[in-house]
Design a protein around this ligand. Structure first.
Ligand SMILES: C[S@@+](CC[C@H](N)C(=O)[O-])C[C@H]1O[C@@H](n2cnc3c(N)ncnc32)[C@H](O)[C@@H]1O
Ligand code: SF4
Length: 378
């Protein structure tokens, strides 16, 4: 058993790895067709949660996979078990991810009853032909219905969308943005399709059976999305995340700001006082390890100073607020190393740099990777 370092982490991530079907683009730790395992997985997860410090936690995030795929009984047992063990801070945020294909009033009512106050729904696209291409188990009508149910059940709702789909037109993207406006969403996560190694899309791409958009078209669509969302009052507070001021996902902000966080579940990663622990990814092996009294640790690493500095740059530059230069200094990356580069980038209009924070400008956001590489330790 790994002894976790002392930490008063205020954030907790819980992973549910199951989905109704594996989407061909997805490299998340998720698996389909294991309904037989749900009960023993909930047992194992609750066992692990029971060993965690009781909190209080400011944010909790149940992600996946698709947490709502658990039937109402298993879901209720999970939520009640979590509540029995952990304390929630006043003004806490508790998010649960959901898929429109496994969303109904009963499940959402259970979430709300047990204290979940934010639902993040995987809408992905608003044209049925794109949803079919993405291998989704839901259609647009189901997405609309699930959003309406989510809004009735909890005060805060977000939608995940994937753009940059092969053949996607500007008018289709305009419809996507209009959809967010029509549903008066306070938060949206908008990702560009990534072809991830190990996925079905990757295999099709390598066989020449999947055409991706050229860079200019991708850039054009991203910029259309960013300005369309801004026009709706949704600010880009992180590379792929947009919110009305005050509606940002506090859980993910804590992660991007390198706060300590606890975790439980297969493949889940906790970071406590510089020690990062990744749990056994395979759900069956995770269950077996926990049942045997172990901690299911797959990898435990002490983050080095250089790794912490690199993460400070990479995560900070994703944020509209930018890199917290006092935090960077505290990690030991003195401004003498990067100051000259920053002055040049500021002169080129790619960053804003004011002595306490260093953030990408809108022009810099378009070349985020290059700016990040230029500023990070070599
Ligand atoms: C764990 S899933 C969200 C909940 C649920 N599993 C679902 O898909 O409805 C996380 C999100 O990451 C995004 N995502 C996953 N793989 C992606 C990829 N290859 N390219 C772009 N976005 C991706 C999707 O928007 C997805 O909703
Ligand atoms: S995108 Fe969501 S529903 Fe699809 S396989 Fe990944 S985790 Fe499951």
């Amino acid at each position: 058993m790994t002894i976790p370092p002392a930490s008063n982490a205020r954030h907790l991530y819980l992973h549910i790895p199951y989905c109704a079907a594996k989407c061909p683009y997805c490299d998340f730790n998720s698996i389909a067709g294991r309904e037989d395992e749900f009960e023993s997985y909930v047992d194992a997860l609750l066992e692990e949660v029971g060993r965690l410090p009781v909190g209080p936690y400011e944010t909790v995030f149940i992600g996946g996979g698709t947490p709502t795929i658990l039937g109402p009984q298993a879901l209720e047992r999970l939520l009640a078990g979590i509540r029995d063990h952990i304390h929630l801070a006043a003004n806490y945020e508790w998010t649960c991810e959901a898929n429109p294909g496994s969303s109904d009033a009963e499940r959402f009512a259970l979430l709300a009853e047990h204290g979940v106050n934010r639902i993040s729904l995987g809408v992905q696209a608003v044209q049925d032909h794109h949803l079919r291409f993405l291998g989704r188990v839901h259609d647009l009508d189901q997405a609309r219905g699930a959003l309406a149910l989510a809004k009735q059940a909890v005060p805060r709702v977000s939608a995940d969308l994937i753009i940059g789909l092969p053949g996607q037109t500007r008018s289709e993207l305009a419809a996507t943005i209009a959809f967010i406006g029509e549903h008066e969403l306070e938060h949206a996560s908008v990702y560009h399709l990534a072809i991830e190694a190990g996925t079905e899309f990757h295999a099709r791409y390598q066989r020449g059976e999947l055409q991706v958009l050229d860079q200019d078209t991708s850039r054009d669509l991203l910029e259309q999305a960013w300005s369309g969302l801004a026009a709706l009052g949704l600010e880009q507070y992180e590379t792929s995340n947009f919110a009305r001021p005050g509606a940002e996902c506090r859980h993910n902000l804590a992660y991007w700001r390198q706060r300590d966080y606890q975790a439980a579940g297969c493949g889940a990663v906790s970071t406590l006082a510089g020690q990062r622990m990744t749990r056994e990814k395979h759900p069956g092996r995770y269950i077996a390890a926990i049942q045997a009294g172990g901690d299911a640790a797959w990898q435990v690493e002490a983050l080095t100073q250089v790794e912490l500095i690199e993460e400070c740059w990479m995560l900070g530059l994703r944020l509209a607020d930018g890199v917290d230069l006092a935090a960077l200094q505290a990690l030991g990356d003195a401004s003498e190393r990067w100051h000259e580069t920053a002055v040049v980038l500021a002169r080129q209009g790619l960053i804003q740099y004011d002595g306490s924070r260093l953030a990408l400008s809108p022009e810099g956001r378009a070349v985020q990777d290059a700016v990040t590489v230029a500023l990070m330790p070599g």
